[in-house]
Design a binder for this molecule. Structure first.
Ligand code: GDP
Ligand code: IMO
Ligand code: MG
Length: 438
């Protein structure tokens, strides 16, 4: 590992690849875990024993009591939801005193949630299928320079003054376009009084904390949310989220120079899922897709929506590897494929009679693409108790090899179940250094 002290973990498909699980596993060796984009559209699940945690804002490192958890400037934070999330964790005995929020993170306020829903309604059949958490409107306000930043949470009168500046325009949109009554300043500000009191003291200069931490050789993990194909620039626009989900955003989303980012681990499921609308070439709408959904329990962590399921797509995986500079893969949910008669990998697309290997940059072209599959024999063995590469049935080993070859990146970590313990670090991989004592 070239830079032993930081590691970026990103989703390399359409989200829900198992980032929470992977981060939790790696966090035992991290001093700091930082989120750098997205908000509570994320739903990251961590399981150990009978404990299941679903995290939305809070980094998945929070379960390690000494790990400092940072919410970076690239994030959008809903103060009310964050407060609730922290209090739920506290109730379950998880200490959240190690959480810090960037003063430059933008706030998701009540009107953003209303606008998200109203926008979707207006789009009708062309809706994005957002999580309805106000993500798009909050990022739009940031870009339009009328957002409210977390620094305003440090003082209630300051927060209220800023709200008074931006609310009249928000109300006009709500009332004149969306037929909503709008918000009264006093009432809306009061809704956030407690959040100002509780979260204000956690607002800090995250960039400074991280830069100082790295100078002191602290180990930093960056926790991506969503996935490469949901990236605002590189994803299947407009069916994307509103932030930059690729590894490079870990630098700008926390206030760090790009040379400080180390290895980049791309999390991929051994098949593909997508929640929400938009093209998905390897989607399987037959019984096989239903089998993947049932066996993989593919229902959204944030919204509970059934996830669309299909086969592993090496075209998107190669693309994700390129735009992220992936140095390794974390391959999750391999156990879900046990019992499938055959398993398939989309190695290319056929588009207008031509075979293409690169991901098309136009969504119109993508919509015309049919996957070209390579088919492999399945395996019946339950692999959820396997803890070393040797323990896999030959068919599973062959599938992993074929997948690595089709993506051109090696698997560093294998996951065979939701639990922390159901994880294999591939011997000799880049990741083995992460587990060496400092
Ligand atoms: P994230 O958003 O990338 O953190 O992923 P989610 O938590 O939204 O979705 C992944 C789901 O798969 C969660 O329910 C995890 O507990 C579960 N999971 C993660 N890894 C594995 C695995 O290797 N096998 C199985 N069966 N489940 C897994
Ligand atoms: P994690 O971090 C899967 C999808 C939504 C929708 C699109 C835009 O758990 O992997 P948004 O609310 O962001 O404006 O919705 O992005 N989406 C996700 N899909 N996992 C996520 O997060 C997602 N966050 C957003 O379903 O298609
Ligand atoms: Mg998720």
């Amino acid at each position: 590992m070239s830079n032993n002290s930081s590691l970026v973990v990103v989703g390399a498909q359409w989200g829900d690849e198992g980032k929470g699980k992977v981060i939790d596993h790696l966090a035992v060796k991290a001093d700091i875990v930082a989120r750098f984009q997205g908000g509570n559209n994320a739903g990251h699940t961590v399981v150990y024993g009978a404990n299941i945690f679903k995290l939305h804002h809070v980094p998945s490192g929070i379960l390690n009591k000494d790990t400092l958890c940072l919410l970076g400037n690239g994030m959008v934070v809903n103060p009310l939801v964050l407060m609730e999330e922290m209090s739920e964790l506290e109730k379950r005995g998880i200490d959240t005193s190690n959480l810090r929020i960037s003063s430059k993170a933008h706030l998701i306020l009540a009107y953003h949630e209303v606008l998200d829903e109203a926008n979707e309604k207006m789009l009708g059949e062309k809706k994005i299928g957002t999580t309805g958490r106000g993500i798009g409107p909050a990022y739009a306000d940031k870009a339009l320079r009328r957002g409210i930043r977390a620094v305003e949470l440090t003082d209630f009168s300051r927060f209220k003054k800023r709200l008074a500046e931006v609310l009249p325009l928000q109300n006009r949109f709500l009332q004149e376009i969306f037929d909503h009554p709008g918000y009264e300043l006093e009432e809306l500000a009061e809704k956030y009084r407690l959040a100002v009191e509780k979260l204000g003291p956690l607002v800090k200069d995250i960039s400074l904390i991280l830069n100082q931490g790295l100078a002191e050789k602290k180990r930093v993990l960056f926790e991506g949310a969503q996935g490469a194909l949901l990236d605002i620039d590189h994803g299947t626009y407009p069916y994307v989220t509103s932030s930059s989900t690729v590894a490079a955003a870990a630098a700008s989303g926390t206030g760090l120079g790009p040379q400080r980012l180390g290895q980049v681990l791309g999390v991929m499921k051994a098949y593909t899922t997508r929640v929400g609308e938009g093209p998905f070439p390897s989607e399987d709408v037959t019984e096989a897709g239903d089998q993947l959904r049932e066996r993989g329990n593919e229902f959204g962590t944030t919204t509970g929506r059934p996830r669309r399921c299909g086969w592993f797509d090496a075209v998107i995986a190669r693309y994700a590897a390129m735009i992220n500079g992936l140095t390794g893969l974390a391959l999750t949910k391999l156990d879900v494929l046990s019992g499938m008669e055959i398993v398939k990998i989309a190695v290319a697309y056929r588009c207008n009679g031509k075979e293409i290997r690169n991901f098309p940059s136009s969504i119109e072209e993508l919509k015309l693409c049919e996957p070209v599959y390579e088919t492999f024999p399945g395996w019946d063995e339950d692999i959820s108790r396997v803890r070393s590469l040797d323990g896999f049935p030959t068919a599973a080993k062959d599938y992993i090899k074929a997948l690595e070859n089709s993506v051109g990146v090696k698997v560093d970590l294998l996951s065979v179940g939701p639990d922390r313990a159901q994880t294999i670090i591939c011997p000799g991989s880049n990741l083995s250094n992460w587990f060496i004592e400092k």
